[in-house]
Design a protein around this ligand. Structure first.
Ligand code: SAM
Length: 220
């Protein structure tokens, strides 16, 4: 039997309910996103697209500390509550930062070769396998050649303790996906293969035992 995922409508309702409480996940997410920032060379970026921006916390870090003053940022999210929170948080950046509500589909209407960074943190792990493949395909289309795909997610773990946590997490997900935000551990490299992508960085970490994974790959 396949893994039971939340539908887009269920995910929208869940994240509308979670709202600002999403930021309590920083205790494990921040180690992965810090690594993503180190490896994603954001200082040279001109245009960033983030898929599933949540409250805009990562965007705030990028815009205030890492992106150059002429770089622009655009985010997509399917939760109206998250979009409002992110818009309020990023308002000081004016037209450089844009947050758009979507229906949760893969981003097929973004212009081709229009960005040099495609970011998604802890979102692919709540999508169906078909949607993950479609989002990665769209990332390839949206990125200009040489642009970087920068993604992080829950993962299957590296050491014995994090593997145990990962199995327990998958068990809870199979029982009641909403209890773990609809997210289950993934192996990101399953979806990111050559010759479309050149792998620049791959690592697994397990802050507080929660296994996560970071991938940076250049669009070939
Ligand atoms: C686990 S949260 C992660 C939020 C943020 N990236 C972070 O790291 O804090 C997942 C986010 O993805 C959004 N999301 C879930 N499914 C989505 C989809 N199909 N399309 C766009 N956004 C989605 C949710 O509304 C939520 O904001």
């Amino acid at each position: 039997m396949g893994v039971r995922m939340l539908s887009r409508e269920q995910a929208r309702r869940l994240y509308d309910r979670i709202g600002a409480r999403q930021d309590t996940q920083a205790f494990y997410e921040d180690r992965a996103t810090e690594r993503l920032i180190q490896q994603g060379d954001f200082g040279t970026a001109h245009g960033v697209l983030e898929f599933g921006c949540g409250t805009g916390r990562f965007a705030l870090r990028l815009l205030s500390q890492h992106l150059s003053a002429d770089a622009s940022y655009r985010a997509l999210d399917l939760s109206p509550t998250m979009v409002e929170l992110a818009q309020a948080r990023l308002a000081p950046f004016g037209s450089r930062a844009e947050v758009v509500l979507t229906d949760g589909s893969p981003p097929t209407s973004e212009a081709a070769a229009s960005r040099d960074r495609f970011v998604s943190n802890f979102v692919l792990d709540l999508l169906s396998e078909d949607d993950i493949a479609a989002v990665i395909r769209e990332a390839h289309r949206i990125l200009a050649p040489g642009g970087l795909l920068c993604v992080s997610s829950l993962s299957s773990g590296a050491g014995s303790f994090s593997r145990l946590v990962s199995r327990a997490w998958s068990g809870v997900h199979a029982w009641r996906p909403a209890l773990v935000g609809g997210c289950r551990p993934l192996e990101l490299l399953t979806w990111i293969s050559s010759p479309q992508w050149q792998l620049r960085h791959h690592s697994k970490l397990a802050p507080f035992g929660v296994p996560s994974e970071v991938v940076v790959a250049a669009r070939a």
